[in-house]
Design a protein around this ligand. Structure first.
Ligand SMILES: Cc1cc2nc3c(=O)[nH]c(=O)nc-3n(C[C@H](O)[C@H](O)[C@H](O)COP(=O)(O)OP(=O)(O)OC[C@H]3O[C@@H](n4cnc5c(N)ncnc54)[C@H](O)[C@@H]3O)c2cc1C
Ligand code: SF4
Length: 348
């Protein structure tokens, strides 16, 4: 049985207290929301925080406000079940509901939160293993001997002695972005409100991420995601297609999110495509989306967009399924997602 290491549990009762606790405890502290990623990782000694700052008792992170006309404000502490079962999300942002319902299992969705999902650690076959497995291999850059934790950018050694096992000569880690919620929110044009010791800021969800498997979040250690802001639905159609080995429980090894709307003439007014599972950050496929704008749906258009996603994505061989298969499936899933949203005119 894997056991949790020792740690101190800090239970703030407001957002301000939570941010202060994280700032005061420094890089040895981590926030924990539902704990569905944090606790298993602590058991495997991938995370070894001395302090866990619980977000469970922070009222500012709860609740969903707004409607489809004004847009929705979703507290980062809302569970995945709360978000996916919200009537406005289900009816007007179905791509988000579909993405979230694909996460893990009902029990974990009852605990896991949307904020935790956005800040979910990147994944790799060489990293998501038990301590003895990693020790036998001789560690890797993202998960060196656990004595080296925390691996905050400022704490990381200038010359990392432990190589990457996927790309041994590489100076960086290639672990893979694996949140299903992130690409769905990016396609919908959602923003995140962050609160930290220096105040607050609002950024597009896509700007939360860096292309680095180790330091994959563009935020400071004491900054918290407080809210997710969804724009007005305004005729938006959205969907999410996820590749995984089993129909439940598995993380995405490819996720394709598409959102778009049609004008009165039946042409695509705007479109956004986001892909996850193929890089260390979820990717917005702007060029592919541009091909759609102003066009009437047709099989040729769908094929051109599928190619514009398939060609640039370069998954590495560090998750389930062969990387060349995942690359091919990126094109296939874009095709299927567009056919779902655009109807018979887009079918081959
Ligand atoms: C078996 C299994 C299968 C899974 N399958 C999937 C899947 O298919 N798709 C998927 O996307 N996820 C999956 N997950 C991961 C996880 O359950 C979800 O991503 C969940 O939403 C994480 O939320 P949480 O509240 O439990 O996060 P936690 O575990 O509490 O935290 C996750 C990370 O986010 C940070 N954090 C939490 N809240 C905040 C906040 N408000 N601001 C800043 N940082 C924060 C934590 O410090 C930690 O680094 C799976 C997990 C398990 C155990
Ligand atoms: S990509 Fe390399 S450094 Fe990153 S987790 Fe995998 S083996 Fe480790």
């Amino acid at each position: 049985m894997l056991r949790l290491p020792r740690f101190q549990y800090v239970r703030p009762s407001s957002l301000r207290e939570a941010v202060s606790a994280l700032a005061d405890c420094g890089p040895q502290a981590m926030p924990v929301a539902g704990g569905t990623d944090v606790y298993p990782k602590m058991k495997r000694r991938q995370f070894l925080p001395r302090y866990l700052v619980s977000l469970q008792g922070v009222p500012e992170l709860k609740g969903i406000r707004g409607d489809e006309r004004a847009g929705l404000v979703i507290g980062a502490g809302c569970t995945l079940t709360e978000v996916a079962s919200h009537p406005v999300v289900r009816r007007f942002y179905p791509g988000l509901a579909k993405a979230i319902e694909s996460i893990s299992t009902p029990v974990l969705r009852n605990m896991g939160t949307i904020g935790g999902n956005l800040c979910l650690d990147t994944r790799c076959n060489y990293y998501d293993q038990t301590l003895p497995w990693r020790a036998a291999l001789g560690w890797c850059m993202k998960a060196p001997d656990p004595g080296g934790w925390p691996m905050a950018p400022e704490a990381a050694p200038a010359e990392n002695q432990v190589p990457c096992r996927v790309a041994p000569g590489s100076p960086r880690c290639w672990a893979v972005a694996s949140s299903d919620g992130a690409p769905a929110l990016m396609a919908l044009g959602a923003q995140a409100r962050l609160v930290g010791p220096r105040g607050e800021r609002v950024v597009p969800v896509g700007e939360l991420y860096r292309d680095d498997g180790m330091f994959f979040l563009e935020k400071s250690q004491a900054e918290l995601v407080a809210e997710v802001l969804l724009p007005p639905a305004d005729g938006t159609r959205s969907t999410y297609w996820k590749l995984r080995r089993r129909g439940a429980f598995d993380f995405p090894v490819l996720g394709v999110a598409v959102a778009l709307s049609l004008d009165t003439d039946g042409r695509v007014a705007w479109a956004r495509l986001a892909v996850t599972g193929v890089a260390s950050r979820p990717l917005l496929m702007d060029e592919a989306a541009r091909l759609l704008v102003g066009q009437k749906p047709s099989p040729e258009l769908v094929e051109a967009v599928a190619q514009a996603v398939y060609l640039p994505v370069r998954p590495l061989d560090n998750t389930d399924f062969a990387h060349y298969y995942r690359k091919r499936m990126a094109g296939v899933y874009v095709r299927r997602a567009l056919q779902e949203l655009l109807g018979p005119a887009a079918a081959a």
